[in-house]
Design a protein around this ligand. Structure first.
Ligand code: ALG
Ligand code: ZN
Ligand code: ZN
Length: 322
């Protein structure tokens, strides 16, 4: 039983008493998981970037997002909710994974997710490269069955292999479809753009069941209409949202490993997420934040606000289902 079932949840450190730049950076200055016992939502880092095809560095993403999240405040006006009061949200620290063995890392992540989800918590994972979405989805599907997937990304990430490797940051969603852990009636990429290897990439992707909302679609149709369309497709299915921060334009997220020009703004991303606030979001990740290429925490701030909106959606669901 989570502590929030008995008491009011323990929230962030009060930034009017302890300056927000002081002390250790847990996500949003929330308590650590071991301080509260169990949580409704566990924020967890996965410092792993051995699956990247270009610039490395996303292993430092989780802690960069935590640092940038010091400035988050407890009330979210855009969703009219205080996420850390509605549910016990806590920082579960990092999943320690082997950087030299991708297969072992994937197994470790799945096992750690099994353990956390087994306590009844939902997971808000901070990556790490996109490889980590596969073991997280495996674990979520063990609990909920095949889940709807909203995948925000410049890239499809449904490619087959790189250098013969099955588990990479460009391949997690093809593996997930092959494994039958996704609900193929409700799969969407959002923010897709940029050059592909060939037209076949799109044909393959469509055969797997994915719909595509391109970055240009968002610009032309607007965030509200896009969110409405996505919400209708998802319905009340258990939903997993995976957000590759490179879905944002490099102007809004320079700190990432495979940037592509012509992306959505951070405002558009946040607005689409707010439009999904009624969805049954069971877990989510924010990946591919690589702070070495960031400037003035632009990317880390965008990622921390993204995780905040996702956490708000989950906490509203948790409160509504009590
Ligand atoms: N998942 C991310 N960020 N990128 C995938 C790009 C794979 C490629 O280099 O073709
Ligand atoms: Zn990407
Ligand atoms: Zn990706």
């Amino acid at each position: 039983m989570s502590s929030s079932d008995q008491n009011t949840p323990r929230g962030p450190i009060d930034s009017s008493r302890v300056p927000r730049y002081a002390g250790p950076a847990t996500f949003a200055r929330l308590p650590r998981l071991d301080e509260v016992g169990t949580a409704d939502i566990a924020v967890v880092g996965v410092p792993f970037d051995s699956g990247v095809s270009y610039r490395p560095g996303a292993r430092f993403g989780g802690n960069a997002i935590r640092e940038a999240s010091r400035l988050l405040r407890p009330y979210n006006p855009a969703q009219d909710a205080s996420p850390f009061a509605l549910a016990q949200v806590a920082d579960g620290g990092d999943i320690a994974v082997n950087p030299f063995n991708i297969n072992e890392a994937v197994e470790t992540i799945e096992a750690a997710a099994d353990e956390l989800l087994g306590t009844g918590a939902r997971m808000m994972t901070l990556g790490g490269d996109h490889t980590i979405a596969l073991p997280l989805l495996r674990s979520v599907a063990k609990k909920h069955g095949p889940v709807a997937l909203l995948h925000f990304d410049a890239h499809l990430d449904t490619w087959d292999t790189y250098f013969g490797a099955e588990y990479t940051h460009g391949t997690p969603f093809r593996r997930a479809v092959e494994e039958g852990i996704l609900d193929t009636e409700a799969l969407s990429h959002v923010g897709t753009r940029g050059p592909l290897y060939g037209k076949q990439d799109l044909t393959d992707d469509e055969k797997m069941g994915f719909g595509i909302v391109t970055s240009a679609d968002i610009y032309r149709r607007g965030a509200d209409e896009v969110a409405d369309q996505l919400r209708q497709r998802i319905g009340d299915r258990p939903l997993y949202i995976s957000i590759d921060i490179d879905c944002l334009d490099p102007a809004h997220a320079p700190g990432t490993g495979t940037p592509e020009a012509g992306g959505m703004t951070s405002r558009e991303l946040l607005e689409i997420l707010r439009g999904l606030s009624s969805c049954n979001l069971v877990s989510a990740d924010v990946v591919e934040v690589a702070p070495a290429y960031d400037h003035a925490e632009i990317t880390a701030v965008a990622a921390s606000h993204t995780a905040y909106e996702l956490t708000t959606i989950m906490s509203r669901q948790i409160a509504a289902s009590r």
